[in-house]
Design a protein around this ligand. Structure first.
Ligand SMILES: *[C@@H]1O[C@H](CO)[C@@H](O)[C@H](O)[C@H]1NC(C)=O
Ligand SMILES: *[C@@H]1O[C@H](CO)[C@@H](O)[C@H](O)[C@H]1NC(C)=O
Ligand SMILES: *[C@@H]1O[C@H](CO)[C@@H](O)[C@H](O)[C@H]1NC(C)=O
Ligand SMILES: *[C@@H]1O[C@H](CO)[C@@H](O)[C@H](O)[C@H]1NC(C)=O
Ligand SMILES: *[C@@H]1O[C@H](CO)[C@@H](O)[C@H](O)[C@H]1NC(C)=O
Ligand SMILES: *[C@@H]1O[C@H](CO)[C@@H](O)[C@H](O)[C@H]1NC(C)=O
Ligand SMILES: [Zn+2]
Ligand SMILES: [Zn+2]
Length: 379
């Protein structure tokens, strides 16, 4: 906890050396011979397929570190892990499988590891042993029933907030944003963020205005590479793609080492069969964090921690809308027309009713708020 607070303090003295990121108008314009020397380091976890309780396998300690990073193993443990598949790891795997709606086997089966290697958000899924993905919303899960073809479906609200549910204060509802001047971003890149802000502004009574002053704007956006001064270094191609802090911090950082697709306007859809990271999809997600939303376990929501490859996901899901309106109320001009059709709602499996609260009254916890989004890139 203190570590995160220190990181936030460091941000104030941020000294970084941004590197020009690769921006492409569409996936087919990425040069086909642009091969990256290394895939995500997480791909090495695929070698652990089939590991289960009782085994001792070289490298298991690394996946314990992974799980600890995301909260599945208590942060209080030293991090000097053994290669034993012990109860610590088994419990972590089970909790992970529950969060991501995988079969709860407690083993590192193929499906689970395929999920583990997806580049993803750096914010923990689990705080003090309690999953934030399953029941983080202050209103808990609430269900809307309606008739499907022959079955009864439930729309389950799974949005969450950061501990303490921080939000921009009442007197700061017309927010400004600015771009890291050293990035020298093209206008079309900046416009991607403008569009992303509009998507949120449509549903809540907040406004976002672009200004030039990076030092004094409410929200600051920059592309950085590697260690950039906030204790959460970017990791090169794939892996972690971006992160943002909760209100009222306003920092949004993206990884310069990704190839970003600066696609045109349009809604959700498949971009290409090639690996592609859609900048607007990431921007919309990270702005959700800037506004105070945590991750949602609704797979189609913007605030879900991962995004399937080559996919553009920019339309707010009703889960996102409900969550952000809980914090700020509704934009008087919003008439709900963006609410997706019932067919995209998930079925309620009812597995998660037992999860407890994640809220603490301590504002120190807001220092935890750094978060990142990962996109799944399939080759
Ligand atoms: C992708 O972008 C290039 C360069 O702007 C353009 O020539 C090409 O038509 C685009 N392809 C598609 C499928 O939009
Ligand atoms: C995974 O296993 C394969 C075959 O055993 C080996 O060649 C490869 O180096 C391993 N990869 C890592 C990252 O350990
Ligand atoms: C869970 O296991 C069952 C039977 O073993 C299998 O049919 C199903 O596809 C699995 N589901 C997932 C999400 O892995
Ligand atoms: C935001 O700006 C609008 C006019 O654009 C104004 O009516 C409103 O009072 C402002 N809100 C705050 C909190 O400053
Ligand atoms: C909601 O607003 C949109 C445009 O903002 C409009 O096209 C639509 O008809 C409205 N829907 C209702 C139910 O008023
Ligand atoms: C997590 O646990 C620590 C120590 O037990 C406690 O101080 C803190 O308030 C807890 N945080 C939450 C969010 O429950
Ligand atoms: Zn950062
Ligand atoms: Zn995130």
């Amino acid at each position: 906890m203190i570590r995160f607070c220190v990181f936030v303090a460091f941000l104030l003295f941020l000294v970084a050396s941004p590197v020009s990121a690769g921006f492409y108008p569409n996936a087919s314009s990425i040069p086909p011979d642009l091969h990256h020397p290394t895939d995500s380091a997480w791909n090495a976890f695929l070698n652990l397929t089939g590991c289960h309780a009782g085994m001792k396998v070289n490298g298991l300690y690394k996946i314990k570190q992974y799980f600890q990073h995301f909260g599945y193993i208590p942060q209080t443990l030293s991090g000097k892990f053994t290669d034993d598949f012990d109860d610590l790891l088994k419990n972590a795997v089970e909790m992970y499988q529950r969060n991501f709606k995988l079969n709860i086997t407690g083993e590192l089966d193929e499906l689970t590891l395929n999920h583990v290697v997806i580049p993803r958000c750096g914010v923990p899924d689990v705080v003090n042993g309690t999953s934030t993905m399953l029941n983080g919303g202050r209103r808990r899960t609430y269900e809307v029933s309606f008739s499907g073809r022959s079955q009864r479906f439930h729309a389950v609200k799974r949005y969450s907030f950061f501990p303490g549910a921080p939000r921009w204060p009442e007197r700061r509802r017309n927010l400004t944003y600015a771009f890291e001047p050293r990035n020298a971003l093209a206008e079309e890149v900046k416009n991607v963020f403008s569009r992303a802000f509009v998507r949120w502004a449509e549903v809540i009574p907040l406004t976002f205005r672009r200004v030039e002053s990076f030092e004094t704007s409410d929200i600051s956006i920059g592309f950085y590479t590697g260690n950039h001064g906030d204790g959460e270094p970017f990791d090169g191609f794939m892996g972690t793609l971006a992160h943002a802090f909760s209100p009222p911090n306003g920092h949004l950082h993206l990884d310069s080492d990704e190839d970003w697709i600066v696609s045109g306007e349009g809604g959700d859809g498949v971009l290409s069969e090639r690996a592609a990271v859609d900048l607007e999809s990431v921007a919309v997600h990270e702005i959700g964090h800037l506004l105070g939303l945590g991750h949602s376990s609704v797979q189609d929501s913007i605030m879900y921690p991962t995004l399937t490859t080559g996919r553009r996901k920019v339309d707010l899901h009703s889960d996102d809308v409900e969550g952000v309106q809980y914090l700020y109320g509704s934009n008087p001009n919003f008439n709900g027309s963006r609410t997706p059709t019932p067919s995209t709602y998930q079925r309620d499996t009812g597995d998660f009713g037992a999860a407890g609260r994640i809220y603490g009254s301590s504002f120190v916890l807001t220092c935890l708020l750094m978060s990142t989004v990962g996109l799944l890139l399939l080759y």
